[in-house]
Design a protein around this ligand. Sequence first.
Ligand code: ZN
Ligand code: ZN
Length: 306
Amino acid sequence: MDEMNDLTAHGQGRSCVITRRACFSSSHRYWLPELTEKENYIRFGRCTLEPGHGHNYELIVSMADILNADGMVLNLSNVKKAIKSEITQQLDFRFLNEAWPEFDISQTDGLLPTTEALVHTIWKRLQSHIPLVAIRLYEQPTLWADYLGNSMDAYLTIRVHFAAAHRLARVELSQEENEKIYGKCARPHGHGHNYLVDITVRGTIEKRTGMICDLAALQELVNELIVEPFDHTFLNKDIPHFTSCVPTAENIALHIADRLSIPIKTLGAQLHKVRLQESPNNAAEVYAETPQLEAMPKSLEALATH
Ligand SMILES: [Zn+2]
Ligand SMILES: [Zn+2]
């Protein structure tokens, strides 16, 4: 067979998702002219301070298409060029509030340049150049936003940390039986982890504030309901839920989701996902609402209904 005539040579016609990363440093300031100085400060805290503050942003662009005859979704140099000319060159070392008309708050449809407003605006500006499937923007390693092209719907994730001890053992079983199931993790006096928790909320980007929900209120809520009660504890004894339920990474993630689900609704957003990383080698993810991502395995869809 002549491979040159084979339509599937070099994978042509098959589909694939590719990602490209780009960085930029910009400053911004949160201030709405329709609010008083006091109202601005209550809502945005130190983000209202003049002349603003900055972040080293990290942008991850995901694209999908069928492979061309060269075995590529797109020629990466064209992707690099588009991201540079449409985004990073326009934002790098700039004051975001003045970089793009979308963030001109003197206009009635102007938005504050929050992470979620930025990710949405970047999508709108890139979509005619690149076949986008998702865009993620890190404002810092503990705060990022995702946008998947669904009107004004976006995702915001905050990462928090707590240190805690636990012991994996079912109270109704003997020590020997527990060690058979949980190995070293069943040892009687427990062991500890530095847990990382990623809390993802989904919601509509609000007009003017550019926010899915009040970020400071979300951080406060997670701190009050998770970090404060869990940090520096022996989970099995100090958290009532785990006196009868084995505190595996899965159960801790589920319990965090249960604690946060309703309070997050009061902020006007939906808890979408909780990811608990116990160590660099293992993590558990719980989807707290009907999954939005088509790539969701069926097993996770089942979890989301509990
Ligand atoms: Zn900021
Ligand atoms: Zn452990």
